[in-house]
Design a protein around this ligand. Sequence first.
Ligand code: AKB
Length: 305
Amino acid sequence: MKYAILVIGACGQLGTELTRALRKKHGWKSVIAADIHPAMDAEGLYVQLDVFNKKKLAYIIAHRGVKQLYHLAAVLSALGEQNPAKAWDVNMQGLLNVLEVAKENKVWQVFWPSSIAVFDKNGELNPSTVYGISKAAGEYWCRYYFEKHGLDVRSLRYPGLISHRAKPGGGTTDYAVEIFHEAVNKGSYDCFLNRKSTLPMMYMPDAVRAALELMDAPAASISVRTAYNLAAMSFSPQELATEIKRHLPDFEMACNPDFSQAIANNWPVSVSDYRARRDWGWQEEYDIARMTEDMLVNLGQKELC
Ligand code: AKB
């Protein structure tokens, strides 16, 4: 491979795993990790980048021969409600900068994650958070750059993501990661959503594979140029706690809903992803049982078989 791949937001929950997967697939020298932090790790190429710095972004793309770009930097739903102006700025201006610089520098493909936060509880496109509004508007910007400028932008509406490497920060679905760490470290968890709050979720290996498969799909098969719905499983905190208890029988969960509950109440319990299945063969691998077992193995609580 002669071109470079740039991952913006490479230190985040999705970025950490996607960068690893891209390096495994395309080679260590082909993938440049970028994030706002001074340095990530010694594992591969890394540049410090603020998404507001268009000049530096253009320089990296032009001088490193970047032809594929993953733009993951964002302020998530719960944190966004604490600081709406910042969330709008980072999420919207960041995306517009990336799209514009990618267009000017003839990047072949851009991946940008959207979210189930664009929906209301009936599954209508009707966002209730600044994060959701920025994702909905961003989807239309992606389609606009495709239709108007021929930029091959592809996007997925991710559910809550569960992973054991990097922790998420500022999301409504973060409880589904925190619960594992607390179960393992303390044996108990105080959940900020109520027991019955069912939301769509996905295990990280599926989320990473979905992005890679979407980017590998022939352009002619991509019928959705806003963002594809993507689904794997739906569960409530109670259902997840019950699943964890199968492995850690002494685990206990209390629930004390905070402001995030109002956000969760406005999201759908599930989404239909038939277009992703039809267009590029999407198929999840992990359900709640497999995901829970794998999380606990990776957090050192179960023997690897
Ligand atoms: C959040 O909770 O904000 C995110 C999301 C569902 O996009 N995990």
